[in-house]
Design a protein around this ligand. Structure first.
Ligand code: HEM
Length: 208
């Protein structure tokens, strides 16, 4: 995973992301993986509590799921889990105290979608993640500091689809089987943007 970000602009929305990824040729995962963030205008001086995320994950015959740990390790971090089902990408915010099926996150974080794509080999999602950079579950607090210019993230990918795919609180998962890792994500001046609120307002829906 790169640490210094690749910056790109989503063609449809104009959202500018700092991003980190693994190419389709990378031996650590089949199909490649990419995660990006766009942050509120003052996020590099005041810690942001939310971000707009970009996920591009691989699948096999449209089956699979991927996840990002917003703290790096799997345990005690807010976990974003995403998977394709028919034409939609579903998400679930989770929290794990160990290396076992994560629980539903009970804090006030919330994902709302801006756009998504699904094909047989990949799925992508642009989403607003409100209250996602400061978390607490059963008295265990944590978070990332955007003003430090550096966030620690973790990634995982898997090929079997979740069970109960249209009920995010009820999904069942097998342990991820298409790679995992932790990386240090350096933020540069493109990560924070004066258009953030306009972009965040595009987050209007979740799949039924
Ligand atoms: C690592 C199990 C779901 C994120 C690990 C490891 C195990 C594990 C055993 C360590 C493997 C090693 O070091 O060789 C499981 C099981 C799951 C599950 C049994 C569900 C049934 C998830 C989910 C996410 C996630 C839903 C995120 C959305 C991670 C990350 C790592 C990891 C980022 C690498 C960082 C670390 O070692 O802490 N998982 N996991 N896992 N898992 Fe999971």
């Amino acid at each position: 995973q790169n640490n210094v970000p690749d910056t790109f602009t989503d063609a449809e929305t104009g959202i500018v992301f700092n991003s980190w990824g693994l190419s389709p040729e990378d031996p650590r995962t089949q199909g490649g993986f990419r995660f990006g963030v766009a942050l509120p205008e003052d996020a590099l001086t005041n810690d942001a509590t939310e971000f707009i995320g970009y996920l591009e994950c691989s699948s096999k015959d449209s089956q699979g799921w991927c996840g990002v740990s917003l703290g790096g390790p799997m345990p005690n971090s807010l976990l974003v889990t995403a998977w394709p089902h028919e034409d939609n990408v579903y998400t679930s915010l989770r929290f794990a105290t160990g290396y076992a099926m994560p629980d539903v996150y009970t804090g006030d974080a919330e994902i709302t979608q801006i756009s998504s794509t699904v094909n047989s080999t990949h799925f992508s999602l642009i989403f607003r993640c409100k209250n996602c950079l400061r978390w607490e579950q059963n008295g265990v607090p944590g978070g990332g500091s955007t003003s430090s210019g550096f966030l620690l993230f973790g990634w995982v990918q898997a090929f079997p689809s979740p069970g109960n795919p249209t009920c995010p609180d009820e999904i069942t998962l097998d342990q991820h089987n298409n790679g995992m890792g932790i990386w240090g994500a350096v933020l540069d001046e493109n990560a924070a943007n004066p258009s953030y609120s306009e972009w965040a307002a595009l987050a209007t829906h979740n799949p039924e």
